[in-house]
Design a binder for this molecule. Structure first.
Ligand code: ATP
Length: 490
């Protein structure tokens, strides 16, 4: 069963993942705020990406460039002239649409060829009677649409106290340019030899004409981008180095999303057609995910050739090249750019993790997050909140585990409810503390110092000594299987 966007939006709000920005003022068009669990999930995605691509690879380094840059950067990159989308306006309701997206919804048509009969025509199709295509507004259905005109997606702003043209600059629409302009700084300071890559995670801003579909398309979002520089004169395994590395990055990126839970059948690769390619690109492939809105771009992997470094060299007057020791010549590296959206990745991980199942006649909603992605790793739940010693022990366990992981303590409902709540936010393990753990002097029962761990996916339980919890969770949360760990205590 695939989950709908409405179900995800409502779960995200109810359970503290994502709220509409400025909601008490009626909300803003396309901005969302990550709540306590959303921010944990988002940070986990970014941390894993950084760990896998920057920390663990010998050929990669990181960067954190500023969002505001010299305005000439955007001239050189082509964004001032070319970073546009075609826009059409409705003459009646004044709404604006991206011309290339207008045909993505069904439209209402009064067909002249059939005495003005009303038809609802499927998205993207002409009327089968008269052959006419959509001419009216997809929202109000009354106004006709203007011819398309180009609209620049960059947000303008002013540096300093004077609002005049001289101080005009832009919020970056991609993080990539911060990497290109620092190419020489990084190569020199870190004594890098080709091939090597620079990775960066950060905010980007685009004044999208039609934002929407929850966090899929927003005006402020985050990117995880790599610029991987290669020597175009090299060959690797019989292929030009840029083509070889492009293939490698496509395969690595697909594998990365699968490693953290996206199912293979929900991922596919889409090659850009020749006429769709950006002017600088030799080849671009998008990784698409089967979002609740259908197959759409999750990330793009482009071969940007030497375009960016050459442009910045020309506009800045500074050489941005690499000295090839072997050939004793200067070369401008080619660059492969794997570029992923953090928010789109989060939406994909959420959608893929969502499952509804029936347990003992009741519906159970569970987010089967990979343990490393799960916002909360362990929930500590006292079975009897009236017993001080049970509560105290539960708090003490929380404090110990919180040194290593994000954990929560919850005693605000009966145990069944508490389990369901943790399932719904994807917490892989719950620990319950009961009377047996602390003993009952009135009944002459001694403490066994053990607690129950419950596994989210199988709902199995096993009793383990409190002292063993840190090593047990270290094992479980770093890839150890539940059955192997649980069998040690049976
Ligand atoms: P689209 O065709 O969906 O507008 P794009 O091809 O313009 O995307 P890129 O410029 O390749 O996107 O940006 C790289 C990645 O950044 C995208 O794959 C996506 O994950 C993310 N991204 C781009 N625009 C947005 C946006 N408005 N909201 C959220 N994420 C975005």
């Amino acid at each position: 069963m695939s989950v709908t966007m409405d179900t995800l939006v409502s779960l995200c709000k109810r359970r503290g993942f994502i709220f509409q920005s400025s909601e008490i003022y009626g909300g803003t068009g396309s901005c969302w705020d990550y709540g306590p669990l959303g921010v944990e999930l988002k940070q986990n995605i970014k941390r894993l990406w950084w760990r896998d691509y920057i920390q663990r690879r010998p050929d990669m380094v990181g960067l954190d460039a500023s969002i505001l840059m010299h305005p000439t950067v955007w001239k050189a990159s082509g964004h001032v002239d070319n970073f546009t989308d075609p826009m059409v306006d409705c003459l009646e309701c004044r709404r604006r649409f991206r011309a290339d997206k207008v045909d993505e919804t069904p439209w209402v048509h009064y067909c002249a060829a059939t005495k003005g009969n009303k038809f609802t025509i499927p998205a993207g199709e002409p009327c089968s009677h008269c052959g006419e295509r959509r001419t009216l507004c997809p929202e109000c259905g009354k106004g006709s649409l203007t011819p398309p005109r180009q609209f620049n997606l960059m947000f303008k702003t002013f540096m300093g106290p004077v609002e005049e043209d001289a101080s005009l600059t832009y919020l970056r629409p991609e993080t990539a340019q911060g990497i290109f302009v620092n190419f020489d700084n990084v190569a020199q300071s870190m004594r890098r030899k080709l091939p090597f890559g620079i990775g960066q995670i950060g905010k980007a801003f685009r004044n999208e004409i039609t934002p929407g579909n929850f966090i899929f398309r927003t005006r402020e979002f985050e990117q995880m981008e790599i610029e991987y520089f290669v020597n175009p004169r090299d060959t690797v395994e019989g292929k030009p180095a840029d083509e070889y590395w492009h293939e490698r990055w496509i395969a690595d990126s697909l594998a990365w999303f699968q490693r953290y839970g996206l199912r293979e059948e929900n991922l596919r690769l889409r090659e850009h057609e020749k006429d769709e390619l950006a002017h600088y690109a030799k080849r671009t492939a998008d990784i698409e995910y089967r979002f609740p809105i259908g197959w759409s771009e999750l990330m793009g992997i482009a071969n940007r050739t030497d375009f960016d470094l050459k442009q910045h060299a020309q506009f800045s007057g500074k050489a941005l090249s690499y000295f090839d020791e072997e050939r004793k010549e200067h070369v401008v590296p080619y660059v492969i750019e794997p570029s992923a959206g953090v928010d789109r990745a989060l939406l994909a991980f959420l959608a893929d993790a969502y499952q509804e199942e029936e347990v003992r006649g009741e519906k159970r909603v569970v987010l089967r997050f990979h343990p490393e992605l799960a916002p909360v790793k362990v929930a500590i739940l006292p079975l009897l909140k009236k017993r001080d010693d049970v509560v105290r022990t539960a708090h003490a366990i929380r404090d110990t585990l919180a040194k290593h992981w994000t954990v929560v303590y919850d005693d605000t409902a009966a145990i069944g409810r508490l389990y369901r709540r943790q399932d719904e936010v994807g917490t892989p393990y719950c620990v319950t503390v009961d009377v047996q753990t602390v003993g009952d002097t009135d009944k002459g029962e001694s403490a066994d110092g053990k607690v129950t761990i419950r596994d989210r996916d199988s709902m199995e339980q096993v009793r383990v000594p409190i002292d063993a919890l840190p090593t047990v969770f270290l094992d479980l949360l770093s890839g150890g299987s539940w059955s192997a760990v649980a069998s040690r205590f049976r």
